[in-house]
Write a protein that binds this ligand. Sequence first.
Ligand code: ZN
Ligand code: ZN
Length: 417
Amino acid sequence: MGFGGQAEVAYVQSLFRAYYQKGYSNPYIPPQMERREYGYMLFGQRTMVRHLSLKDPSQLLDLLKNVAPAHVYRSAAIYHYPSAPMEEKGWIGADLIFDIDADHLETPCKASHDFRLCTSCGLRVSSDRCSGCGSDQLEDVKWVCDICLEGARAELIKLLEFMEVDLGIRRESMVVSFSGNRGYHLAVYDERFLGLGREERQEIVEYLTGANMDPSLHGLEAGLEPGEGPDYSDHGWRGRIARQSYTILSRLARGDEKTVKALEGLLGHRIVQSLKTSEDFWRERPRWDLLGGRAETRAKALKALVALSVESEKTHIDTVVTTDIHRLLRMADTLNGKTGLKASTIPVERVEEYDPLREAVAIPAHPETRIRIAYAPRFRLGEEEYGPYSDEEAKLPAFAASYLICRGVARLAERRR
Ligand SMILES: [Zn+2]
Ligand SMILES: [Zn+2]
């Protein structure tokens, strides 16, 4: 809320409080809740109140109703003494957690919707100094659109497949939630993973991201004979690389521009030309022995296919989150103070169809609120689209008004102080 003052805090907080009083029904409660650490942040403040413990859901509800915080967190870990100082908590174990954020993805839309505001006068700025008031107190505002969220969803779907197929984690052990902003979270509560330390979690991260992978350990090396090497039906990375390599060769045969460019970047024009007919031989099973003519070419082509396959099949997770065994993560089903949207839990079978910009709207439409908007690109929320707005007033449903205020791009139009 870079642009908001006390009146804006009071407005948004009253909407949050109303949600916790009426709308927060049947929320997600983490297993062993009494052994977790909790924390929250108030609107307009930067420090977290933490090391709290809560005995049962009613204590949590009381806290949310009374405090109406901007952000609510709980530990991935379970402790003997969750409210003790860090070194005395007595770590027992921790959920395996994952954070996917569109912020870390290379989506093509960012340049079109991210912008910079002057925090003094609210003008949209395109340089390092405000052209209106001369201030250099500027804030970069990161926006979110359907393309960002689709990118994050695609990563989540890959991650869930790794979890279910490669690691054998059951759906009942997984809690998927929208972050309430630009991404998705996954928390796995499974006895087999609970006690893993930092190093073991790092190994899982490396597996999911294909980091430090040695292809020869997956049967991928130069000089393979017919019938050798990973097959399409193989488990884990072997099958992933085989299937994706075939996809790449098919795209190349069709002359797909992006694929040609990516391969040429690694192999040069001549070798890529010689691979154009490889798809024909790959239909039944991968023919790692039939990738261009000479042995040297084959070795190079194999290496390139592996590199591109890994790049496309790996999951883009925030690796720091997963390896931090004391991490606090946003509590599912609470509101995110950066948007006013709900960090809703999503059943795994609904991940493909879930529409965050409609389903995570938890603040009502009433009261309609007149706000002064510094700048906002066109955005979709609920059933409708709004904007774009530039230095103007608008009367919006409460969920859209609070969305813009929380994002720090609007304030209340009528100031009652
Ligand atoms: Zn200014
Ligand atoms: Zn976007």
